[in-house]
Write a protein that binds this ligand. Structure first.
Ligand code: SAM
Length: 240
């Protein structure tokens, strides 16, 4: 059975609001969760985006602004997603394409830049984002196909869940010592920044070994407040 969440606005006095807010942090968030993950990923991508011109693909763009940042940096950008999305902006260098990366054919070796923000870990996991065709190695196939689309030396900005190797269907995969090298095969890591949650549920930078030893957990409902992993942000260079 599907669940829907309904948010009802309830006016409360400021002091009561403050008390409730503090209690929520104290009682509900003693264990880490994903709150704030995209702030880390989007800011990291913005900080590491090179300057255009060039051709860029925002793989699994959702309705986020990462493709718009790349367009404003001078790239001609295709924002690609399985699901339909509406952007509240239009830019002459930005187009949205709805489709499955692995079912579309793009010209080989034409990309200068790929943005892969919190996307590859979902490829082939049936039951989320309208994914119907399961593919155990969909993530590995996607990284290999993207490499074929990239020019030699082209860059991918890739942010993914890291920690002890896990697959939480239908939510996501988590990359650890076993699968991370398989995922990044054919790419050179130019820079890697990892983040973990501290005891106050705040993201803090961490060494890769610490991030890879994080024990992740997830809930089948895909509720980000019942999910935790470490984050890996990688600037990758296509070796071919
Ligand atoms: C967690 S969301 C991330 C969205 C966005 N990049 C962000 O930073 O919030 C993952 C996105 O990947 C898309 N996706 C998953 N598999 C895909 C595929 N094979 N081809 C294209 N998009 C895919 C999903 O539809 C979803 O919008």
């Amino acid at each position: 059975m599907k669940r829907i969440h309904i948010h009802l606005p309830l006016p409360v006095p400021n002091r009561l609001y403050g008390l409730l807010h503090r209690s929520k942090r104290t009682f509900a968030e003693q264990t880490p969760n994903l709150r704030g993950d995209r702030n880390i990923e989007w800011s990291w991508i913005a900080a590491h985006l090179p300057k255009g011109p060039g051709e860029a693909l925002d793989f699994g763009s959702g309705d986020t602004m990462t493709s718009l940042i790349a367009a404003q940096k001078g790239f001609r950008v295709t924002a690609l997603d399985l699901e339909p999305h509406f952007f509240y902006w239009a830019h002459p260098n930005l187009q949205f394409v709805q489709g499955d990366l692995l079912a579309l054919s793009f010209p080989p070796q034409h990309l200068d830049l790929v943005i892969n923000c919190s996307t590859v870990e979902h490829v082939g996991l049936r039951g989320r984002y309208g994914i119907r065709r399961p593919s155990v190695n969909g993530d590995l196939l996607a990284m290999q196909y993207l490499r074929e689309l990239m020019k030699p030396g082209a860059i991918m900005l890739c942010t993914i869940p890291v920690g002890r190797d896990s697959v939480f269907e239908p939510a996501h995969r988590v990359y650890g010592e076993e699968r991370l090298p398989r995922l990044l095969k054919g790419y050179r890591i130019e820079c890697a920044d990892c983040w973990v949650k501290d005891e106050e549920n705040r993201w803090v930078p961490a060494p890769m070994e610490k991030a890879l030893s994080f024990t992740p957990f997830a809930d089948p409902s895909c509720d980000p407040l019942k999910t935790a992993y470490a984050l890996g942000c990688f600037k990758l260079v296509n070796l071919s």
